[in-house]
Design a protein around this ligand. Sequence first.
Ligand code: G3I
Ligand code: 9MR
Ligand code: ZN
Ligand code: CA
Length: 463
Amino acid sequence: KTPGTYKIISSPSGASYEFSIGDDLYDDVYKDVVLMLYKQRCGTEVTKDIAGNFAHEACHMQEATVYGDTSGTKIDVSGGWHDAGDYGRYVVSGAKTVQDLFLAYEDYGQTADDLGIPESGNKTPDLLDEAKYELDWMLKMQDAASGGVYHKVTALVFPETVLAVDETDDMVLAPISYAATADFAAVMAKASVLYAEYDADFAKSCLDAATNAYAFLEANPDMKGYENPEDLVTGAYDDTHLADETLWASAEMYIATKDAKYLTATNTALDSNYLTGFGWADIGNYALYDLAKTEGVDADVAKTAKEKLLADADEILSKAESEGFFTGMGVTYPWGSNMTITNKGMELLAAANLTGDAKYTEYAQKMRDYIFGVNPTGYCYVTGYGSLTPNATHHRPSQVLKETMPGMLVGGANNNLNDPYANAVLYGIAPGRAYVDNEQCYSCNEVTIYWNSPLIYLLTGLN
Ligand code: G3I
Ligand code: 9MR
Ligand code: ZN
Ligand code: CA
């Protein structure tokens, strides 16, 4: 209980890594994990005073062409965050990131205006400022005529290992997708509620855009999941289960407007075969949680949502209790397992918020501890922190600069060995140990905005 730096020495194990006891241990890492999003900003100057060597001039200012369009029409879709170690900008992963920031702001009154972004001190909470950077871009990704939202903007292929300003290939807008449009409708509807007190005009444009996107969903109920056209080989974010996307869009439209039409849609969606989760693909919990916690929601709907979310959280808890590292991952660590685990932490905190039961919080803490080193590899999976920390991430700016950007959560253990390097060096290794700190191992050592964002939620809540 006495603040200080310690190690544990035992026989026959020897000495542990040094560790600290204190009240403010997560303050620095919190700021860095948030600032990672600023440093991923595209289409604007990223300044040296904040980003150090990761500063850059406005990148990816090329106007984009809609895939397959030969008319010569070019569209300005500058802005948003680079998704990951690549420079693509994808709507579904961006929406998850934004929603996590929204929840951190909303659930814990995280109104800090001093996190060190250019908008700090402007009297708007920095988490909302950072989210708005992505929302402004998302608004450009909507086709005004149909309301549909383009799935992503990237070049046709992933860039070489170059800085953002040096990816000068033509930008292509992938076809409109159902998932992108639904996720867009959901976060825009929620934005219309959250920004009302800070920027009424912006809030209004968010609701208009959400309404227009929702109309697209209604007009295209049978649209199939997004698939990359053959010659467009950047991230697919492909998902064939779209009932959860429909649920999320309907729920947020209902919450934002209280319109009976969206209540009916929400009820219909709650009866459908949707998937839970706080991921980029399985996202039903975003709807369930907001329906369960928001005042003024129809009582039956709120009750159903709460029961379903708690049943899911209890399953996470019981699996977690049965394992040595308390994550309940079993023998499958998929690509981005650190997101799976931080998402579980989010869900447990959501359950704690709905019930006041400290058991959920205790296990949410264990999810955080796994990320910071209580795991089978001993790595602290956040760059720049811990005794053993990733130093060779699949993150193009870090690779080119030969310096690891701090505050990035890597993907972590992945026993599906989804890249050649992992296949070569991790074959046969136990699932939770299937991790290697190597730049080539993009299926275990890349970083993304939506792996950082559930960590932001978790750290905000636990703080
Ligand atoms: O859904 C199944 C689940 O049911 C199963 O239990 C689990 C274990 O096998 O697999 C799950 O599917 C995985 C899916 O992600 C959803 O988590 C796939 O195995 C896995 O291959 C897939 O990986 C995704 C990867 O792209 C390849 O599509 C990652 O989640 C996703 O984060 C990653 O995203 C890339 C972008 O495309 C491009 N930018 C970088 C980014 C991060 O690497
Ligand atoms: O760099 C790419 C990374 O962002 C993606 O997550 C990953 C999977 O889609 O693909 C990476 O790009 C690799 C490509 O798929 C295959 N050739 C090697 C590329 C990495 O150097
Ligand atoms: Zn860029
Ligand atoms: Ca601010």
